[in-house]
Ligand binder design. Structure first.
Ligand SMILES: Cc1cc2nc3c(=O)[nH]c(=O)nc-3n(C[C@H](O)[C@H](O)[C@H](O)COP(=O)(O)O)c2cc1C
Length: 86
């Protein structure tokens, strides 16, 4: 499962490319009405841009709503940023 937040489409593109390579389902977090069940996920990924040197607030809020899995799935995060910015 790959969850992404994207303001202008870069992270959406990256998430879709990743999902294509890994065979994961890809979800736009702004389109999800309920937090998905990640209990049985083998791996979960988060793709988001850097906003003001940090994680965008919608992604933080979303991640906090996820129930902790019984076992720890492999988790990864792909950060999309703009080269040249600090
Ligand atoms: C409000 C705002 C703040 C940003 N802050 C940073 C930053 O601190 N560092 C950085 O490298 N890029 C920053 N960026 C650039 C974005 O991370 C970059 O354009 C990214 O590719 C946007 O991804 P998206 O198309 O998925 O929204 C910022 C962009 C916006 C709109």
């Amino acid at each position: 499962m790959i969850f992404y937040f994207s303001g202008t489409g870069n992270s959406a593109w990256a998430a879709q490319q990743l999902a294509h390579l890994t065979g994961d389902e890809v979800y736009d977090i702004t389109a999800l009405t309920n937090p998905p069940d990640v209990q049985s996920a083998e791996q979960i990924g988060f793709v988001f841009p850097i906003y003001a040197w940090g994680v965008p607030e919608p992604m933080v809020t979303f991640a906090k709503k996820l129930k902790k899995a019984a076992h720890l799935p492999l988790a990864f995060a792909l950060v999309v940023l703009r080269p040249g910015l600090p």
